[in-house]
Design a protein. Structure first.
Length: 135
C-alpha cells in the first residue's frame, strides 16, 4: 500500500473562530463515521488563532479521494463560511487520477507534491529515479 501524508493549511475568517471550531468538530465526526482509509486526521490552531493546519494520513490515493467525496458538503461549508487561503502538501506518490480530480474539485487551491527520498524506516530505499547522486 502507498500511504499518503497530507498537510493542509488555511486561514480563519475574522470573527469566525467559534463557527470554524464547530465545523471542524462536525468534519471530524463525519470522518470517523464515513471514512475507512483515514489513518490520521489531526487539526491544529496557530497560537494567534488565525490559522489551522491539518495533518492527515491515508492508506492510499483511493482513501484520500473517498475522504474528499464523503466530506464534500461539510468542507464546502467550511470554506464558504469560515476559512480561506487553502494550501495542500501531499507527501508520497499520489495517483494521477487523484491529482487530476483535485485540480478539478479545487482549482483555486495550491497543491504541492513531495515524493519520498529517504528516511529512518527499515526496508525503505532512497528513490534512485531522482536526478543527482544520493551519496
Amino acid at each position: 500500500m502507498n500511504k499518503l501524508h497530507v498537510s493542509a493549511r488555511m486561514k480563519i475568517r475574522d470573527g469566525k473562530l467559534e463557527g470554524f471550531k464547530q465545523q471542524a468538530a462536525e468534519i471530524i465526526r463525519q470522518t470517523k463515521e464515513k471514512d475507512t482509509g483515514t489513518l490520521q486526521y489531526d487539526w491544529f490552531l496557530s497560537s494567534d488563532l488565525k490559522e489551522c493546519e491539518i495533518r492527515e494520513v491515508y492508506e492510499s490515493s483511493e482513501a484520500l479521494a473517498g475522504h474528499k467525496h464523503n466530506l464534500r458538503q461539510a468542507l464546502k461549508r467550511l470554506f464558504e463560511e469560515f476559512a480561506y487561503d487553502h494550501t495542500v502538501v501531499l507527501y508520497g506518490d499520489p495517483s494521477p487520477q487523484l491529482l487530476e480530480g483535485a485540480k478539478i474539485m479545487m482549482p483555486d487551491v495550491e497543491i504541492k507534491v513531495y515524493s519520498f527520498l529517504q528516511g529512518l524506516e527499515s526496508g525503505r530505499e532512497a528513490r534512485r529515479d531522482l536526478k543527482g547522486d544520493l551519496s
